[in-house]
Design a protein around this ligand. Structure first.
Ligand code: FES
Ligand code: FES
Length: 210
């Protein structure tokens, strides 16, 4: 067998080669194998959209998976699952949290709000209505996260919480396009509906309906 043929066949042994050669020891710098066996389960209780939720979960379960897989609230989306896109944003005690990076076990006793808790098709939240009015979405995958994030962002602004874009840290931050874009920068829209999203949020802020 030529060297070329052996390369194509990959796993086929050459004469005199031992099967040991196929299972090299992982380099020491990679550390021990990750633990993939069954985990420990815990009971926990929190409130989701003002309804009590009592669950028994593996301690490694994220808040996003608890919501989607165990409570079947699939409005919050799993985009990157790495805290990079904001599609999974929910409110925990009124503060926005990327739920793919939050462990469910840390939410004991907390109040969670998801997009399902903000409004219904018949009775939309003002931000939901503004997103519809301004075409603030295309595929809609980022939209639940955008709306939850925008809601908490407007409350943060009113409470005077500064951001990286806040120029005068001694003064109350103002709602400006730059301030809004900085504060919403954790929510990515792959469809690029940013200008319409900004129009929707701006309208709600100007109308003062929250
Ligand atoms: Fe959580 Fe992307 S899915 S930030
Ligand atoms: Fe498609 Fe934002 S509307 S990702």
């Amino acid at each position: 067998m030529s060297a070329c043929t052996a390369g194509i066949l990959g796993s086929q042994l050459l004469p005199g080669q031992s099967s040991h050669a196929q299972q090299p020891t992982p380099p020491a710098h990679l550390g021990p194998e990750p633990h993939t066996g069954p985990g420990t389960t815990v009971k926990l209780s929190f409130t989701v959209n003002e309804q009590p939720a009592d669950l028994e979960l593996d301690t490694r379960t994220t808040l996003l998976d608890a919501l989607r897989e165990h409570l079947h609230l699939t409005g919050s989306k799993k985009g990157c699952d790495q805290g990079q896109c904001g599609a999974c944003t929910v409110l925990v005690d009124g503060r926005r949290v990327v739920s793919c990076l939050a462990l469910a076990i840390m939410q004991q006793g907390r109040h969670i709000t998801t997009i399902e808790g903000l409004g219904t098709p018949e009775k939309m939240h003002p931000l939901q209505a503004a997103f519809v009015k301004h075409d603030g979405f295309q595929c809609g995958y980022c939209t639940p996260g955008q709306i939850c994030s925008a809601l908490a962002m407007l409350h943060e602004l009113r409470a005077g919480v500064p951001s990286h874009a806040t120029e005068d840290l001694a003064a109350l931050p103002q709602f400006t396009p730059a301030e809004m874009r900085e504060r919403m920068s954790g929510n990515i829209c792959r469809c690029g509906a940013y200008s319409n999203i900004a129009d929707a949020i701006t309208e709600v802020e100007k109308e003062g309906v929250l």
